[in-house]
Design a protein around this ligand. Structure first.
Ligand code: MG
Ligand code: MG
Length: 250
């Protein structure tokens, strides 16, 4: 069931989204070679709680941390660990959620650690642009699948592939609500987008082939060919004035 949000609810979602945005901005200054991933997680949790919010992911389905930290061939759901350090040349996706006054924000970025290869930089640039193109389709009257179609078309035009097993989602009083928002598909399918729909759009783009697998920790999703993957996500409200990014920090 899809829960369409009122203007008041969208402002509550924006307040939660701002905390997630600000968390990722704060973390950016700590993303450097030698940084410990559990330390990043502690910094994020401390900041979120200082804003009277709660990490959305911690305990969700048993996930043990505030952040998903996924490096290189890890696509999403990497677990922060005392034994994991960021290395020069890594790309690292940091996905964060916060719950404030009963509403969730969800936002992810992929960062370069130190000096990354031109190939990895281009993967990040294309994935970020996929998110931009997907958001542009999040307008009243479009079909839901127009978003994924735009993402897939651009990613594949750049020689990359789009993950199928993981998708974007509705978001509100629950972290994951209907509808699912795939990053692929034909245009003109699925529900017609209406005012008040709030969704997390989150392209996951692989440099190599489309296949994925789950590591033995039960969480971390990696590319089957072990080539790098990037991930960007925003929480978006569909409004009469067009797509409104609730995790832009405004
Ligand atoms: Mg997320
Ligand atoms: Mg999400």
């Amino acid at each position: 069931m899809i829960y369409y949000k009122s203007a008041e609810q969208i402002e509550l979602l924006r307040a939660a989204g701002k905390i997630v945005h600000d968390t990722l901005c704060m973390l950016e200054t700590w993303i450097k070679p030698g940084m410990n991933s559990l330390k990043l997680d502690e910094l994020a949790e401390e900041y979120i709680r200082s804003q009277n919010a709660v990490p959305s992911f911690k305990g969700y389905g048993g996930f043990p941390a505030t952040l998903c930290i996924s490096r290189n061939e890890e696509i999403v759901h990497g677990i922060p660990s005392k034994s994991t350090y960021l290395l020069d040349g890594d790309i690292v996706s940091i996905d964060c959620g916060a719950l404030l006054k009963g509403y969730h924000g969800d936002h992810a970025r992929t960062y370069a650690v130190g000096n990354v290869s031109p190939e990895k930089q281009r993967l990040m640039d294309v994935t970020r642009q996929c998110l931009v193109l997907g958001i542009e389709k999040a307008v009243i009257g479009n079909h839901l699948s127009d978003i994924g179609h735009a993402i897939q078309t651009y990613a594949e035009s750049q020689g990359y592939s789009v993950v199928r097993e993981l998708v974007g989602h509705g978001i509100g009083q629950r972290l994951h609500e209907d509808p699912q928002v795939p990053n692929y598909g034909k245009a003109g399918r699925g529900i017609i987008l209406k005012e008040g729909l709030v969704i997390a759009i989150e392209p996951m783009v692989n440099m190599g082939k489309v296949g994925v697998r789950t590591l033995s920790d039960g969480w971390t999703i990696v590319t089957r060919d072990r080539k790098p993957s990037a991930h960007f996500e925003h929480t978006i409200a569909i409004t009469k004035k067009g797509p409104n990014i609730l995790t832009s920090g405004k």
